[in-house]
Design a protein around this ligand. Structure first.
Ligand SMILES: NC(=O)c1ccc[n+]([C@@H]2O[C@H](COP(=O)([O-])OP(=O)(O)OC[C@H]3O[C@@H](n4cnc5c(N)ncnc54)[C@H](O)[C@@H]3O)[C@@H](O)[C@H]2O)c1
Length: 327
């Protein structure tokens, strides 16, 4: 893996966001020539501070994946494409399903068409989501679980994922997808609870303000960013991943109340209160979820290595230093 990316051309869509920028850091340290395509979309996690320290070692192209002309140009000559640009807010997809459709579905098709006609040799890894399962019928959730998304975001991400599999199987563009669960760590969006509750809890804790936990008993799993980056790199380099989808997961299932208690404990203090789900959120809540990541473990050798306690500590440390860049 260390030498695999040396001198290789890598394009990351959504590269100024949380996951993309952490991936970019790892890749430049491995000697890759990295281009970041990002539209710095309002309300996303896109933030120029995310590449602080590596800004001279990456090429940044501020453009939109909906612009098929820009995408067509940028995919040329790339060896790898990490396709992470996405409309991530479930609640925004309720209010504005069309933007979600344009980014998570139509633009994904344009990206794959650009690969098909202008660079069919590129290897593509797509960031899919556990949201496409909807409300689980059984736990832990494996890749063969029924797909029954509860919101437009889930439907559009599902279509985006399947286009990748289709282009792999029919048009020979090597592609695979990782179904990410709650991913957390330095550079995640903490401004509000639009993308993830955890980031917002972290912001409130650091500001010395109480945060609100909805319900509290729901189970979730969490992947630390370094583990997610490991999985993306593995998926890109292992030929056996082509055309497949893999769940990522975390060290174990946690209730939200347990996570809140852990955060307060690591922070050395802080307060939260248990509230009820806002009605709009309740309608699209998926209840309990945690993944079975046995497939990626047995086929690619990936497993989460960072325990939640360690990951949250690193995340809190980061935001204690840099919160003002993110709010
Ligand atoms: N973070 C998670 O917990 C999680 C969970 C499941 C799936 N994912 C998926 O992983 C990917 C990355 O997520 P993230 O957490 O880094 O989010 P993020 O919001 O931090 O990053 C996404 C980036 O994509 C960019 N972007 C969005 N629309 C764009 C467009 N039309 N053109 C160009 N750039 C655009 C944004 O500006 C942002 O920088 C997304 O596709 C998301 O659906 C993330």
């Amino acid at each position: 893996m260390r030498t695999e990316f040396r001198g290789r051309n890598v394009l990351i869509t959504g590269g100024l966001g949380f996951i993309g920028s952490n991936l970019a850091r790892r890749l430049v340290n491995m000697g890759a020539r990295v281009t970041l395509l990002d539209g710095l979309i309002p309300h996303s996690g896109g933030n120029l501070f995310n590449i602080h320290g590596i800004e001279r070692r990456v090429r940044v192209n501020i453009s939109d994946v909906r612009n098929m002309h820009a995408v067509r140009w940028l995919v040329r000559d790339q060896d790898y494409l990490f396709n992470l640009a996405g409309h991530t807010s479930h609640i925004d997809s309720v209010d504005d399903p069309y933007t979600d459709l344009e980014i998570n579905c139509r633009a994904q098709l344009s990206i794959l068409e650009a690969c098909r006609w202008h660079n069919p040799k590129v290897k593509v890894v797509f960031a899919s989501t556990r949201q496409i399962y909807g409300k689980p019928e059984s736990l832990p959730v494996g890749e063969n679980h029924l797909l029954r998304p509860v919101d437009a975001n889930g439907i559009n991400k599902m279509a985006g994922e399947w286009y990748h599999v289709l282009y792999n199987n029919v048009f020979g563009v090597t592609a695979c997808a990782l179904r990410l669960t709650n991913t957390y760590g330095p550079r995640m969006r903490v401004k509000d609870a639009r993308q993830t509750f955890l980031g917002f809890w972290i912001r409130r804790l650091i500001e010395g303000r109480p945060f609100e936990v909805w319900g509290g008993q729901q189970l979730r799993d969490f992947t630390y960013i370094d583990d997610a980056v490991d999985a993306l790199l593995l998926a890109a380099t292992e030929d056996s991943a082509s055309g497949k989808v893999f769940n990522l997961g975390g060290d174990r299932a946690w209730s939200l109340k347990e996570v809140a208690d852990l955060l307060v404990d690591i922070n050395g203090g802080g307060k939260y209160r248990i509230g009820s789900f806002p009605r709009q959120r309740k309608r699209i809540d998926i209840g309990d979820y945690y993944a079975d990541y046995g497939k990626i473990n047995s086929e690619l050798g990936w497993k989460p290595r960072v325990r939640l306690h360690t990951g949250l500590k690193k995340t809190l440390d980061y935001y204690r230093k840099h919160l003002k860049q993110y709010v």
